[in-house]
Design a protein around this ligand. Structure first.
Ligand SMILES: Nc1ncnc2c1ncn2[C@@H]1O[C@H](COP(=O)(O)OP(=O)(O)OP(=O)(O)O)[C@@H](O)[C@H]1O
Ligand SMILES: [Mg+2]
Length: 307
């Protein structure tokens, strides 16, 4: 089990984490947050790449930084940005990575060929990394993180650059890993966490502002989501200013989740997340996780979190 208690981080004067409390057991925990929310900062700290300014990070009985070597022996970490040497092949690189992790490449869990199969790169085993596409390199990074069946998997934006097929493959991989590992992964794509995460944390301005099972979190937006029928002509005139105001909750207490053109030649349907019913022809609708995400990050976060 991974436990973070009151973890803060500052980069100079910039506060990136305001006091994170997080527990991840053998499950898939999805961290959802906007650009700059602090996801990578938290993952670097859990991934032993950086120390927090204050607070505790413990995996099982091992504590950072005293037991970093012990934690690293159990860890698979995929950074958001990582470099790979271009002149070696995928298989050569995985063999090197296994040895660097102290693993025996002959063991099935650490074998380069198994690792390549797991991420669908078996056919590219002998290709130089410099000749691989962006998504293939991302998958190689994932393969490295999974080497040796780690019991703590920290994956920062693992699905970035993956095509739909590869996203599905990745989902199978983490579901399989979940049986024996604490899996923490970050994304800003709601659908990445919707089906597979056992728990979701919504991160905003350096804080986890809401946490729960995906369905549970979505339910917390019930009563705050509306569909409004808006005359097309009026929408054309209003849209630019409405869109601008959606980022200023003092001016208007709602954000627009989507606008649907639909069949009606006279009107569009605007889906609004709002703490108060919008004026006009508004119908309350069932909330989605994306609605909850908008509610917690754009509406209920006033005055919270990092500067
Ligand atoms: N090395 C750094 N030096 C100074 N500030 C930094 C540094 N790295 C991150 N920050 C700042 O810390 C905050 C959190 O950044 P972080 O990279 O953790 O966000 P993130 O949630 O991972 O965002 P993204 O979705 O864009 O990856 C941001 O305000 C960012 O500008
Ligand atoms: Mg990041």
């Amino acid at each position: 089990m991974l436990r973070c208690r009151s973890v803060t981080h500052r980069y100079g004067r910039r506060i990136a984490l305001t006091g994170i409390d997080l527990t991840v057991g053998t499950e898939i925990y999805g961290l959802l947050g906007n650009n700059g929310a602090g996801k990578s900062t938290l993952m670097k700290i859990v991934g032993t790449a950086m120390l927090p300014t204050s607070g505790e990070v413990v995996f099982e009985t091992w504590r950072r930084p005293k037991d970093d070597l012990r934690i690293r022996a159990e860890l698979g970490y995929l950074p958001q940005i990582f470099g790979l040497p271009g002149h070696v092949t995928a298989r050569e690189y995985l063999r090197y990575a296994a040895v660097m992790k102290g693993l025996d490449p002959r063991h099935p869990d650490a074998s380069p060929d198994h690792a390549l199969e797991r991420v669908g790169l078996a056919a590219a085993a002998d290709r130089r990394i410099s000749a691989m596409s962006g998504g293939m390199r991302q998958r190689l990074g994932i393969a490295v993180a999974f080497l040796g069946r780690p019991r703590l998997l920290v994956l920062d934006e693992p699905t970035a650059g993956l095509d739909p097929d590869e996203r599905v493959r990745f989902r199978h991989l983490i579901r399989e890993a979940q049986a024996t590992a604490a899996v923490l992964f970050s994304t800003h794509i709601v659908s990445d966490v919707e089906r597979d995460a056992t728990r979701v944390g919504i991160m905003h301005a350096g804080a986890i502002v809401a946490e729960g099972r995906p369905g549970e979190l979505a339910e917390r937006a019930r009563g705050s989501v509306f569909e409004v029928r808006v005359d097309r002509e009026a929408w054309r005139r209003l849209a630019p200013s409405w869109m601008r105001r959606e980022r200023d909750p003092r001016a208007w207490p709602g954000v627009i989740a989507s606008v649907t053109e639909g069949q009606d030649p006279e009107a569009v349907t605007v889906r609004v997340v709002s703490t108060a019913p919008p004026r006009g022809d508004a119908t309350p609708v069932s909330p989605s996780l994306e609605d909850a995400y908008l509610l917690f990050t754009a509406l209920l976060s006033d005055g919270r979190g990092a500067a």
